[in-house]
Design a protein around this ligand. Structure first.
Ligand SMILES: [Zn+2]
Length: 96
């Protein structure tokens, strides 16, 4: 069972995909706190700063780095789920 079918989630897990899919779903259903950062990071951020351009704060998915926050007048609105990978996200991070 599951032999010969490449697991799309963990290629070398040696288990069948039903197991991995269930594990993955469980992981993604558990809310994770989005990472507070800036839109541009690392060398990109340095280049931006060198040009004197502003780098804005945002929140990113802790799993895939997708931007998960919407900047509103009242603060950040965090998505319930990452649009890119489906990770469930903690939305209560705007309270500071
Ligand atoms: Zn994601």
């Amino acid at each position: 069972m599951g032999q010969g079918i490449g697991c799309k989630i963990y290629e070398n897990c040696g288990r069948d995909c039903t197991h991995c899919a269930a594990e993955e779903a469980k992981k993604k259903a558990r809310k994770m706190e989005p990472r507070k950062t800036t839109i541009f990071e690392g060398t990109q951020a340095e280049k931006l700063a060198a040009k004197g351009l502003k780098n804005y704060e945002t929140y990113k998915c802790p799993v895939c780095n997708w931007i998960v926050a919407d900047r509103k007048l009242t603060g950040f609105k965090i998505s319930n789920f990452c649009e890119n990978c489906g990770q469930a996200l903690e939305t209560e991070v705007t309270k500071e």
